[in-house]
Ligand binder design. Structure first.
Ligand code: PGA
Length: 252
């Protein structure tokens, strides 16, 4: 099955609203002819509006948030709701990133609730899963990934899956400069597709896009994307400069 690649920039807590203007201005012309890849910029919440505004004439670039809280509104100081992101023009939200799981103690159950709220609000989700170095070294990669996928995506329908992208991000590869080899990544992507087949059906498993994330850069994107089951990338460090992110998006 042909799956449209989706490549997303995860700016994390970088790039202020003012700085984003220069990024977007430089980035648009570099990717203006790219219709093969779904391109998504995920700025921090305060930067989103400036980015969506600067992108208004660039039909081929979408925006996304990096997190939401699962309640609709109310007394949740410091949190952002799904409808706030939607109101700002986002079409995506990244959920369950390992930094959220690690630093902010997000559990699968919380990720599950967030995905549910995002989908109800009309946002597509990039749901992150992946093992830590010690877990890989102890031969626990598959059990950790299975736990993340089955519990973060518990109780969703095949229809819901049309708006969910999975990002496989081995924690040991994030921000380290050491990416998983294309073979290592492909092995886990095949495993995830198998899980989706068991949870939903073959058609859903084949249609779901699975991104790889962890030290993706212009030098390794091509060989990663050459793998049959890698359908895009979630890019941190190398997405902070327009030319480097454009090279990744224009890998073909
Ligand atoms: P990195 O981050 O590309 O800087 O490794 C990826 C991510 O955390 O999504």
């Amino acid at each position: 099955m042909k799956r449209t690649p989706v490549i997303a920039a995860n700016w994390k807590m970088n790039i202020t609203p003012s700085e984003s203007e220069g990024f977007v201005k430089a980035f648009i012309p570099l990717v203006k002819d790219n219709r093969e890849v779904e391109i998504v910029l995920c700025p921090s919440s305060p930067t989103i509006e400036r980015v969506t505004r600067s992108l208004k004439d660039a039909q081929n670039i979408k925006t996304g948030g990096q997190n939401i809280y699962f309640e609709v509104n109310g007394a949740f100081t410091g949190e952002t709701s799904a409808s706030m992101l939607k109101d700002l023009g986002c079409s995506y939200v990244i959920l369950g990133h390992s930094e959220r799981r690690e630093i902010f103690h997000e559990t699968n159950d919380m990720v599950n609730k967030k995905v549910k709220k995002a989908l109800q609000t009309g946002l597509s989700c990039i749901v992150c899963v992946g093992e830590k170095l010690s877990e890989r070294q102890n031969g626990r990669t598959e059990s950790v990934v299975k736990d993340h996928v089955t519990n973060s995506l518990a109780n969703f329908s095949k229809d819901d899956m049309k708006n969910i992208v999975i990002a496989y991000e081995p924690v040991w590869a994030i921000g380290t400069g050491v990416n998983a080899t294309p073979e290592q990544a492909e092995e886990v992507h095949v495993f995830i597709r198998g899980l989706l087949k068991d949870m939903f059906d073959e058609e859903t498993a084949e249609a779901t896009r699975i991104q790889y994330g962890g030290s993706v850069k212009p030098e390794n994107i091509k060989e990663l994307m050459a793998q049959k089951n890698i359908d895009g990338a979630l890019v941190g460090g190398a997405s902070l400069k327009p030319d480097s992110f454009a090279k990744i998006v224009n890998y073909q």
